[in-house]
Design a protein around this ligand. Structure first.
Ligand SMILES: [Zn+2]
Length: 182
């Protein structure tokens, strides 16, 4: 394990919302009629509203079977701002969750748009993959503070596309698992 420049919160369970079964590398098909909409709220993270919107937009540009739309009233993914402990998510991996964005982690140099997009990725069913390169969103803190990529790579996009192709939302039972810190 390499050194990490931020505190870890205690008693974190490893996110296992979905296995790392990346196998598809196809571009998302244009199937807007079948898209599931997941609503999110960002008023609880007032310092990162633009970054959250950009992270959601990056996902929307990469996949078509699920759409992230901001709606404070309908939100099932609720973003919050905290000031210590690291950024993390509590989610069922099926579009129900709470995201905690840590201002102290951003102060340490981690890119807030990448953090937001990464945590949204958990809500879309992806697990952490810290050993991955900067081009992967779910590599999180792994590539270090110099990594500002906030877009999923083709394998991550294909995995989310595959997951949400048919009935994935309905499979979520709301049981939320706490991810490890970004
Ligand atoms: Zn994570």
């Amino acid at each position: 394990m390499h050194a990490r420049g931020f505190r870890r919160i205690a008693a974190l369970a490893v996110a296992t919302a979905a296995p790392l079964g990346f196998g598809l590398a196809t571009a998302p098909a244009a199937s807007a009629a079948a898209a599931t909409t997941v609503y999110y709220s960002s008023t609880g993270a007032p310092d990162y509203v633009a970054q959250i919107d950009q992270g959601a937009a990056n996902w929307n540009a990469a996949v078509s079977d699920v759409r992230l739309v901001k709606d404070e009233g309908k939100a099932t993914v609720v973003l919050h701002e905290v000031h210590s402990g690291g950024s993390y998510t509590q989610t069922d991996g099926h579009g129900n969750g709470d995201v905690y964005l840590d201002t102290s982690q951003v102060a340490e140099g981690y890119d807030p748009t990448r953090i937001a997009a990464h945590e949204l990725g958990h809500n879309l069913g992806l697990p952490d993959h810290y050993e991955g390169p900067c081009t992967e969103l779910m590599s999180g803190h792994g590539p270090g503070t110099s990594c500002t990529n906030a877009k999923p790579d083709s394998q991550e996009s294909a995995k989310v596309q595959q997951l949400w192709a048919n009935g994935f939302r309905a499979e979520g039972d709301g049981t939320r698992v706490t991810t490890t810190v970004y």
